[in-house]
Design a protein around this ligand. Structure first.
Ligand code: GLN
Length: 483
């Protein structure tokens, strides 16, 4: 039962082959048995899950239908969940029970999805290895000594290990696509503004975007359908009609123009990954796509720009955690300054503190113009590069990550080497574009992802290309040994 995709679950539930309650119980038992090895959940909500499953079964019995009605999922632990701990992977929020549901959570619940729990993540979504969580590192089910990627590493590990068919994640600089690549999943970062950020604890507000992690593009379409849509509570939500993301999955790729940027094959790229990307290109050519070499000349500036903008926004967003209103409060503060200082020093881990310091520095008088303003200008240049490229091509393709999953701890003493792993994903966030990672092979037994980028609001095109690729390849069907 645990091997089923969301699409298969939807068919099975519709055909009354099993109930949502049975499926939920099966997966909860599987989580209890296998998750101790992986650490992919921070909080399990068994009672709520069974309640939601029974309610979904009752709705089906009353004639209601829907692809998500009764489908088990998990939420990255930065989506606020009413009455349930929402920790953001941080000691700071270890005691925080959200007083409301995030829009993504309430939309999926209304569609009948059953939430089994809250998944582990890098602290405040800062990281690409899921090692900065207060709740401990998450293990990659493909090799338990390796990281699953981050920051949505708990969602990725749980779905890859077949503990869940799909889960929500968020992507500020790659945190959906990168863990998807490192665990053999399909992950989609939608266009900025497509999915509401209301109730999604902010890391870098101008870059953060929620999206689906699943095994197939078909399943990403189903989950995204439940998440997307205009939300008046989020001032950056965009009032665009939400198309039927499953409707165009079967469109032919004949004549599709795929741009391959030369900058995506830079020095740091593992040559074995480069080879798998070229193999995927050949596969898409067989399906009728036309390949065009292109250039994104400002890509080399993306990492420095991102690692100014994201920490700058984080330093501002995280100032709300002051020990007064919510979250961790130190014992016996001497005075107000001591309360702020010690609550924050005790509540935030080292990576979060590093980012707050970098961000506060970049925003300080005298440095603002030199760093923050420059980074914003680079951001515009990167967007312009994409706009020019999309005049010539329909989609852009490249590797998702320069390397496969590394060993837990391998990059701990060198944060910059971890930041460099984001080189291919962060440009989409800086430009606000949608991006998808799909399974494309293995290196040393570890999964490799290929990334597709599309113009604004063309998530359907990404899903179409990935679905056609998945109809003709079987990488996405492979499951890790022991799971
Ligand atoms: N690895 C990037 C960072 O640490 C991206 C994280 C994310 O997308 N949330 O900022």
């Amino acid at each position: 039962m645990h091997q089923m995709t969301l699409a298969e679950i939807a068919r099975g539930l519709a055909d009354k082959k099993f109930s949502s309650e049975e499926l939920t119980k099966t997966l909860l038992a599987r989580i209890a048995q296998l998750d101790p090895q992986l650490n992919s959940f921070i909080t399990l909500t068994e009672d709520l899950a069974l309640e939601q499953a029974k309610a979904a079964d009752a709705r089906r019995a009353n004639g209601e239908t829907g692809a998500l009605l009764g489908a088990p999922i998990g939420h990255k632990d930065l989506f606020c969940t009413l009455g349930v701990r929402t920790s953001c992977g941080s000691k700071m929020l270890d005691n925080f029970k959200a007083p409301y549901d995030a829009t993504v959570v309430s939309k999926l619940a209304a569609a009948g999805a059953v939430s089994l729990g809250k998944t582990n993540m890098d602290e405040f979504a800062m990281g690409s290895a899921n090692e900065s969580s207060y709740y401990g590192a998450v293990k990659n089910p493909w090799n338990l000594e390796h990281v699953p990627g981050g920051s949505s590493g708990g969602s990725a590990a749980a779905v890859a290990a077949r503990l869940l068919p799909a889960a929500t994640g968020t992507d500020t600089g790659g945190s959906i696509r990168q863990p998807a690549a490192l665990t053999n999943l399909t992950g989609l970062k939608p266009t900025y503004g497509r999915v509401s950020r209301w109730g999604m604890i902010a890391y870098a507000s101008s870059l953060d975007q929620g999206g689906p992690l699943a095994r197939t593009a078909e399943d990403c379409a189903i989950l995204l359908q439940g998440m997307a849509g205009f939300d008046p509570q989020d001032s950056t939500s965009i009032d665009e009609p939400v198309p039927d993301f499953s409707a165009n999955l079967n469109t032919s790729l004949q004549g599709l123009r795929i741009g391959v940027p030369k900058e995506f094959f830079s020095e740091g790229l593992d040559p074995r990954i480069a080879e798998l990307v070229h193999t995927s290109i050949k596969e898409l050519e067989k399906l009728g796509a036309v390949i065009k070499p292109i250039s994104l000349p400002n890509m080399q500036h993306a990492i420095p720009a991102y690692y100014v903008i994201a920490p700058a926004e984080a330093s501002s967003n995280l100032s709300r955690f002051d020990g007064v209103r919510f979250g961790h409060r130190c014992e016996d503060p001497k005075d107000l300054t001591d309360l702020y200082k010690r609550s924050r020093a005790e509540g935030f881990g080292p990576e979060v503190q590093r980012r707050i310091l970098v961000g506060a520095y970049a925003l300080s008088a005298g440095y603002y113009d030199a760093y923050y303003l420059q980074a914003q200008k680079i951001r515009r240049l990167i967007k312009n590069d994409f706009m020019a490229a999309f005049h010539e091509v329909d989609i852009i393709l490249g590797p998702t990550t320069p390397n496969p999953a590394w060993k837990i701890g391998a990059k701990n003493s060198d944060p910059v080497s971890a930041y460099l792993e984001d080189v291919y994903t962060i440009t989409a966030n800086l430009a606000g574009l949608p991006g998808l990672s799909m399974p494309a092979g293995f290196v040393d037994g570890l999964p490799v992802g290929v990334q597709l980028l599309a113009p604004y609001f063309q998530e359907g095109r990404l899903l179409n290309v990935a679905h056609q690729y998945q109809l003709n390849t079987d990488w996405h069907t492979r499951s890790p040994a022991g799971f």
